[in-house]
Design a protein around this ligand. Structure first.
Ligand code: S3P
Length: 418
């Protein structure tokens, strides 16, 4: 059986670096992700005066070698706008921190990030007392004295929830946030690990501020389940046995596995343990046949980034797969519903668009064609998995995989070896 180690978790890496900037004592991060998005976070924080020591010993997929130390609390007003690149997580979570700092800061991004909605953070951060301008990037934030709020989120979004929680650390009073459905809870878990008294009650999280984080601890980052999902998908459609080691298996992230189970996929999870308050384990994928399923809106927040690879698997399932309640996909790095429907149609796939999802009829023959990544890392990787199975697929803009998975093509090439 082939054993695979995928790069460290992008969401958890961002959070560790950003939360490190708020700690009184240095925060050591073991095995952070070195990729386009997390490098954007590091560079923004440096422009804000935060000292970050990097030790990139080996490639990020080789677990446990790389290390970052963040020396927090040395803020200064940046001399120029901060460039967040392609990273929505950088812009939204950093905004939560900036809301509590006494500077006026402009945040910009690349052409994709410039089309992504920021009102979702602007509204709650303004209610807390920050001055926030811009529904789309560039945005301007002038932080200051914040007051705590009780906020009912209109959508489930870990980025919005995290921005409010981070702002809540500098606000006076009890900040309380309620989501319609639970989104990934990495921020809550990391704050708990760093001894911040967070209260959780169903879909509501609260914390009393202001609260200063002591830091002085070490955070180890697990493998990224979203990166692993491409190998899980490849293993299934190519009928290979693979083991993906040291992967984050946080329940708020692995909705994709719940769907695969319903589709009839055979997998097991072993060696389950907790590191730094995050559940991790090894996932073993066995050859299996899939059937189409209906994915309901309540399944979406915990598998949001895996919908593109799920749509690829649905092409090889017997019967129809219907994905609903995923209109948030239209607000990602590209409109991922439109992009997948457009690209897969070029191969002759029977796929159609719904306002909030897609319908895919599995089991029909596909023919090779030239495809486009839409400058979106997850679309690039999902289509590349498909190209392992369908001859004659060429993908323009493959290199966008670097945003979260710099050595993706080198690693995926193992499947081509027969
Ligand atoms: C992320 C949350 C998700 C996800 C994104 C990373 C995070 O976005 O799609 O890739 O790190 O918090 P939303 O919170 O906007 O759904």
């Amino acid at each position: 059986m082939k054993e695979i180690i995928v790069p460290p978790d992008k969401s958890i890496s961002h959070r560790a670096i950003l939360i490190g900037s708020l700690c009184k004592k240095p925060l050591k991060i073991k095995n952070p992700l070195k990729a386009g998005d997390t490098l954007s976070t590091i560079s923004c924080l440096r422009s804000l005066g935060i000292r970050i020591e990097e030790e990139w010993g080996m490639r990020s997929a080789e677990c446990g070698v790389n290390e970052i130390i963040v020396y927090g609390k040395s803020w200064k007003k940046p001399e120029a706008p901060l460039y967040c690149g392609n990273s929505g997580t950088t812009m939204r979570l950093l905004s939560g921190i900036l809301a509590g700092l006494p500077y006026e800061v402009i945040l910009t991004g690349d052409s994709s990030l410039s089309k992504r909605p920021m009102r979702r953070i602007g509204e709650p951060l303004s209610m807390m007392g920050a001055k926030f301008v811009g529904d789309y990037p560039p945005i301007t934030i002038e932080g200051g004295d914040l007051k705590a709020i009780s906020y009912k989120m209109p959508i489930s979004s870990a980025q919005v929830k995290s921005a409010i929680l981070l702002a809540g650390l500098s606000a006076t009073g009890k900040t309380s946030i309620t989501e319609p459905l639970l989104s990934r809870d990495h921020t809550e878990r990391m704050l708990e690990f760093l001894c911040v008294p967070i209260k959780r009650d169903g879909f509501t999280i609260s914390l009393d501020g202001p609260f200063e984080i002591e830091g002085g601890l070490e955070i180890e980052i697990p493998g990224d389940f979203s990166s692993a999902s491409f190998f899980i998908g490849a293993g299934i459609i190519l009928n290979r046995e693979i083991k993906i080691k040291n992967i984050g298996i946080n329940k708020t992230r692995i909705g994709f596995l719940d769907c695969l189970k319903k589709m009839g996929a055979a997998f097991t999870i072993e060696n389950e343990r907790l590191i730094c308050n995050e559940p991790i384990g090894d996932i073993i994928i066995n050859p299996s046949r899939l059937s189409g399923i209906e994915v309901s809106p309540k399944d979406i927040p915990i598998m949001i980034d895996e919908v593109p690879i799920l749509s690829i698997l649905a092409l090889f399932a017997e019967g129809t797969t219907i994905i609903k309640g995923s209109s948030e996909l239209r607000a990602k790095e590209t409109d991922r519903i439109k992009a997948m429907v457009l690209e897969l149609s070029k191969l002759g796939a029977r796929i159609s668009e719904l306002p909030d999802g897609m319908v895919i009829e599995g089991g029909y023959p596909l023919k090779g064609a030239g495809l486009y990544s839409h400058k979106d890392h997850r679309i690039a990787m999902a289509l590349s998995v498909l190209s392992l199975k369908v001859p004659g697929i060429e993908i323009e803009g493959k290199e966008w995989a670097d945003i979260s998975f710099p050595n993706f093509y080198e690693m995926i090439s193992w499947f081509k070896k027969g």
